[in-house]
Design a protein around this ligand. Structure first.
Ligand code: NI
Length: 223
């Protein structure tokens, strides 16, 4: 399931984050790309061990943890350290698939990718995140502080920036539930039982749906 989530970061957090990023040291993004993604990746990234990066990551993590939709959609088990990227005019990231397995010990499976947009979409041209699907391309250019969350199984690209600067942060999750189809079923049942609870309280129907939700999670979770 592909979903956009508004306001992962508040205006205050965005301001703090962008002020930090102005002090950061950005390097060629090819340094963190796989051998074929390298061929099409043309952007700049904040070096990960930078003090600025650590502070920026803390602000982002705080926003993600506070967002109920983000955790209900993704069912996170673990997350890769986020990368902060800049695209200046002429920069883009061509079509690619994200690495399936990450980490020095190859101990991280990427189930879900996400991008949080960090600056005003009016301040730059181009720079859409473009997802390939069976019905053609879908383009996303979100408000500052909003996120797009999508299965890592998807081919995607970042369109060339032609004016201004595109600033985003991207990362990956290993989910408790590997299959995107299973995650979507769990999310739908969870959403429905919450709606029933809101409307009618803890009814028999709510209890049955909660039972199905819990037992499907038990079947599918890989803790
Ligand atoms: Ni990617």
């Amino acid at each position: 399931m592909l979903i956009t989530i508004p306001d992962i970061l508040s205006k205050t957090d965005l301001f703090k984050l962008n002020t930090l990023l102005e002090q950061g040291q950005f390097k060629d993004g090819k340094l963190t790309a796989g051998w074929h993604a390298k061929l099409v990746k043309n952007n700049q990234q904040l070096s990960g061990n930078d003090k600025v990066a650590r502070q920026a990551i803390a602000i982002l993590n705080n926003g993600l943890q506070k967002n109920a939709i983000f955790s209900r959609v993704t069912l996170p088990r673990k997350m890769r350290p986020p990368l902060f990227s800049r695209y200046e005019p002429g920069m883009e990231y061509g079509n690619h698939i994200d690495d399936a397995v990450m980490g020095a010990d190859r101990g991280f499976r990427t189930d879900i990718s996400f991008t949080v947009f960090l600056n005003d979409p009016e301040s730059y041209d181009g720079g859409e995140l473009v997802m390939n699907s069976s019905v053609g391309e879908q383009k996303f250019k979100l408000q500052a502080g909003s996120a797009i969350v999508y299965p890592s199984t998807t081919l995607h690209r970042v369109a060339p920036v032609t004016r201004g600067v595109r600033q985003v942060t991207v990362s990956w999750l290993q989910s408790l539930v590997r299959s995107a189809e299973h995650r979507e079923i769990l999310f739908d049942i969870d959403t429905t039982r919450r709606a029933i609870f809101e409307r009618d309280g803890k009814t028999k129907e709510f209890d049955l749906l909660s039972k199905s939700h819990a037992n499907l999670l038990r079947l599918w979770a890989e803790p």
